[in-house]
Design a protein around this ligand. Structure first.
Ligand code: ADP
Ligand code: MG
Length: 341
């Protein structure tokens, strides 16, 4: 029996939705798609600008111009089709993303790796989770995985910063995949946009498994972000209470997967084995002021598991919450002040 599933909104947002007005502040809610996922927004504004459209455009532009592996106009596409054995000049934006990614690759002992494109293509879980050619799915052979794995590994990336110029070269057949950080990068760009829109007093923007809370609601109450229960994705395991601007990202084995004869194949791969990561955790939620970090660290900690994940988090200004296979919850000390079961 084959089952496929994609969980778009991995966190229930417990907040006011719909359009309305409180104390001359308009509340505008929209749901759209971008970056292959659902983008939902609630914006509190004193003005008349359609900031929601700008938010959406910002995310779509990032995908089209910078991050996408598939869209020919993007910088990642250009690099993937031109930096093998050649030095190519990077935009500062991509340079910073890759520097931070390589740093996390080292700190996570390779668990987080932006060069897994060949393995991701072999598994193709994203298409399967979206319901495409599920019936044809077979588990890749060990030989296919071995060949794909040979083309993976951030040690095959050379990034050189000289004064203000950063160049990149890739070994033959090596490519970049920013699937694990795209939504976090998008939320950072959206945060910058909201800071420039002085009419926006508060907002909550969610992109798939990543959420940005911004500012203060008119009544001064805190944001409530639900953490999905991996055992029953229609209910929440607990709630984070957040004041002001923060990013929350969750990576879990229930987000995008295909199930065959009772075995689940999900979209987060263990670079060491080439297979979907099979650790002690079902999901990891990271809270950080930085979208890139919350997104990247949730993926890294999912692969690493609780013990190594908690160690990794101690090197970052981020809090983490792990839901284990037995249903228990483990978290960093600092997360305790945000979380309520
Ligand atoms: P989602 O994008 O569903 O929120 P993640 O942020 O955890 O989930 O990212 C998963 C995506 O990251 C995969 O679809 C794939 O493109 C890529 N990926 C999978 N495994 C890894 C890994 N170990 N390191 C870096 N990127 C990965
Ligand atoms: Mg991630």
């Amino acid at each position: 029996m084959k089952r496929f599933f994609v969980c778009c909104l991995v966190m229930a947002l417990l907040m006011t939705t719909g359009c309305g007005k409180v104390n001359n502040i308009q509340i505008l809610s929209t749901v759209d798609t971008a970056m292959g996922t659902v983008i939902s927004q609630t914006i509190y504004t004193e003005g008349h600008y359609n900031t929601g459209l700008e938010v959406l455009q910002t995310i779509r532009d990032l995908e089209k111009d910078l991050l996408s592996r598939r869209i020919e106009s993007s910088e990642v596409y250009r690099v993937n089709h031109g930096a093998q054995g050649e030095e190519v000049l990077l935009s500062e934006e991509l340079a910073v993303i890759l520097e931070q990614s390589l740093s996390l690759w080292e700190k996570s002992e390779g668990a987080f790796d932006v060069t897994l494109g060949p393995l991701i293509e072999v598994w193709d879980i994203d298409s399967l989770a979206a319901g495409e050619h599920v019936e044809e799915f077979t588990v890749p052979t060990a030989e296919t995985l071995r060949e794909a794995k040979e083309r993976c590994g951030s040690e095959h990336i050379t990034l050189t910063r000289e004064e203000n110029e950063v160049t990149l070269s890739l070994q033959d057949n090596v490519t970049i995949d920013l699937g694990a950080v795209g939504k976090g990068v998008a939320l950072d760009a959206v945060h910058d946009l909201l800071l420039r829109r002085t009419d926006v007093t508060a907002a909550v923007i969610s992109a798939g498994g990543s959420i940005l809370t911004y500012g203060r609601k008119p009544d001064g109450s805190a944001w409530k972000v639900g953490i999905v229960d991996p055992e029953d994705t229609s209910s929440t395991k607990g709630i984070l209470t957040i004041k002001g601007s923060m990013c929350v990202s969750t990576s879990g084995d229930y987000e995008r997967f295909v199930e065959i004869d009772g075995k689940r194949y999900h979209h987060i791969l263990d670079p060491k084995t080439g297979y979907p990561a099979e650790g002690d955790v079902r999901s990891v939620t990271i809270l950080s002021e930085n979208g890139f970090e919350s997104d990247a660290l949730s993926t890294a900690c999912f692969v690493l598991g609780v013990e190594k994940g908690l160690n990794l988090l101690s090197e970052y200004d981020a809090e983490g919450l792990f839901i284990l296979r037995d249903g228990s919850v483990k978290m960093t000390e600092g997360m305790k002040k945000y979380y309520e079961p």
